[in-house]
Write a protein that binds this ligand. Structure first.
Ligand code: SF4
Length: 571
């Protein structure tokens, strides 16, 4: 008999019916490990699970999105019908999940009307008053620190205690009115949470269900892991829903919560003990100051873990920082997002550094032995024109010629939606955006549009929706050719990517041609193209391997994992 969970955390695909609906999702996920259905569940699932388990609540994570993606015969509805926890938790963190999460919630209610359905995540919090009005949603936990409020909610439900005392909770009272308790529970540091991986291994064993725990489609081939350094950010990029402005304005976070440098170093070493896979360190180590970064790095120096370790740079850094990184990590990698080559455009996106500082940082890092330095540019930011996008590609050529093959530039659209709570979202007109969606329901509906051109929730004063889409493909083609010329990618990879981009552009035009047709011809024609849409939406503007950090013969250290399971067993 399998163990029964108290709480099942469900992760939905972005669009529930993605296996049936003919949608050209476009290059919306090219630069993240997920596919366009965003099958990767939020990292918050693991800290929620760990906190609750430590407090006697049995938690099971079920990545429905991944199961549906991996197996065309997997019946998500049947699985939901069989699950009988005390509560369901569903993430609606970023808006692209607006459709799938609500559909999954509706299925939970269909089969288990008596089991509470709880939502959480940034978008849930932002739209909590609208979200709670959907009949399939019972509770919304707001903010970025829902571990403890969720424990209190589950306890209150079990013991029939009043819900007015549960912090951060939006709920429906018995008379049908909507109640929003104050958002008062906001973590001030991240030290309470243990390294989560043993907990996930334990869960896989308990429910004999490894497949539902896997975070991304190719995890077994490429098992990337993550270490969190903070919640919040000290910066204010105009398009970012995780910025200082967004978090203080919409989620009551007055300042960043950091994990102590000793614990960050210990987390990295702990993962390095289980596997030689890449470790992504989330958040620029220098955010909390140079002393913090130095403390993390000195905590690694004695062991010098051999995993590829990926560090973020939110701003350029001095040479001394890269020397310290090199002394601690034999295989280090960096990434930075200047958004545009044009310093005025970059400034409009909330980043205030010049190209000279940017290039100095790249040089310092490579001189110190950085294995791979990724530089991300974006299409759809304030003050950017089509011409400026093409000049960004010229600048990529300059970077490639100057720094060689360890430098890898990328470009992708800001798509499909502006982040809720971001400066651009809140002050759209002032910043230069024209936004087509207003309510959560608008976003849910937009996800069902036949192409990402019509899902795109905005255009700018400088670029129409059509120009954003067309310049994305044009920029993708040019960058792909540049990378081939500079020997960064093979001829074969470049040819495959070029074919996908050309195919995607052709599909955009085909869809435009079909849309004026009357029903049912319109739907029939779109359905006939479904397979081609799917092909053209997978890693359109670059190959997925380009965003990976190479690892030779990855392995899991099973004796160490088993020891960790016993050592970190919840009390
Ligand atoms: S884009 Fe990065 S640096 Fe900018 S506000 Fe968001 S998290 Fe911070």
């Amino acid at each position: 008999m399998f163990a029964k969970a108290d709480l099942v955390l469900l992760h939905a695909p972005s669009v529930y019916d993605f296996r049936k609906l003919p949608i050209l999702f476009g290059p919306i996920s090219d630069l993240v490990p997920s596919t366009p259905i965003f099958e990767m569940y939020p990292i918050g699932f693991s800290s929620i699970a760990e906190h609750l388990e430590r407090n006697g609540v049995r938690v099971r994570i079920v990545n429905l999105a991944l199961r549906m993606l991996k197996d065309k015969n997997f019946d998500a509805e049947k699985m939901i019908a069989k699950l009988k926890p005390r509560a369901f938790g569903i993430d609606l963190h970023w808006l692209p999940h607006a459709h799938g999460s609500l559909e999954v919630a509706a299925l939970c209610k269909k089969y288990h009307p008596e089991i509470p359905v709880i939502f959480g995540g940034y978008s849930s919090s932002y739209f909590h008053e609208e979200l709670i009005r959907y009949p399939q949603v019972d509770f919304v936990l707001r903010g970025d620190s829902t571990e403890e409020p969720l424990r209190q909610l589950l306890l209150s439900l079990r013991e029939r205690r009043p819900l007015a005392d549960v912090p951060n909770l939006t709920w429906k009272s018995e008379d049908g009115s909507i109640r929003a308790n104050p958002l008062t529970h906001v973590l001030t540091d991240l030290n309470e949470y243990l390294n989560n991986y043993p907990n996930l291994f334990r869960s896989a064993l308990r429910y004999l269900d490894v497949r539902s725990l896997i975070p991304i489609h190719d995890w077994w081939e490429y098992p990337i892991t993550a270490v969190m350094t903070c919640r919040g950010c000290t910066h204010n990029c105009s398009i970012c829903g995780g910025s200082r402005y967004a978090l203080s304005n919409s989620y009551s976070r007055a300042a960043c919560a950091y994990r102590s440098p000793e614990k960050v170093a210990a987390d990295i070493l702990s993962i390095a003990g289980y596997t030689n896979a890449p470790i992504f360190v989330v958040g620029d180590l220098r955010q909390a100051g140079d002393a913090y970064a130095r403390a993390v790095l000195s905590g690694l120096q004695a062991v010098r873990p051999r995993n590829p370790v990926v560090l973020e740079l939110f701003t350029p850094a001095p040479e001394s920082y890269f020397k310290e990184v090199a002394a601690a990590l034999p295989n280090f990698n960096f990434e930075i997002s200047p958004e545009s080559h044009d310093e005025d455009v970059r400034r409009a996106s909330g980043k205030f550094y010049g190209n000279e500082d940017l290039e100095n940082s790249i040089r310092f890092a490579l001189d110190q032995g950085c294995s791979k330095f990724d530089v991300f540019f974006m299409i759809g930011i304030p003050r950017q024109t089509v011409r400026s996008v093409m000049e960004t590609i010229d600048y990529c050529g300059h970077l490639l010629k100057t720094f060689g093959r360890r430098l890898n530039p990328f470009i992708s659209p800001l798509a499909p939606f502006l982040d809720p709570g971001s400066i651009a979202f809140e002050n759209a007109e002032e910043v230069g955006y024209r936004v087509f969606c207003k309510t959560l329901e608008d976003y849910r509906q937009a996800l069902l549009a036949p192409s990402w051109k019509y899902t795109l929730s905005y255009e700018t004063r400088w670029m129409t929706r059509e120009e954003i889409v067309d310049s994305t493909y044009e920029a993708g083609l040019r960058l792909n050719r540049l990378k081939k010329e500079e020997g960064l990618i093979s001829r074969e990879t470049a040819e495959k990517t070029e074919k996908r981009i050309l195919l995607a552009g052709e599909m955009i035009r085909k869809i435009d041609g079909i849309l004026p047709d009357p029903e049912p011809e319109r739907t029939a024609k779109l359905k006939a193209l479904k397979e081609t849409f799917d092909k053209a939406s997978m890693a359109t503007v670059c190959d997925k391997d380009e965003i990976k950090w190479p690892v030779l013969r990855w392995r899991l250290n099973f004796p160490k994992i088993i020891r960790a399971l016993f050592e970190s067993r919840p009390t």
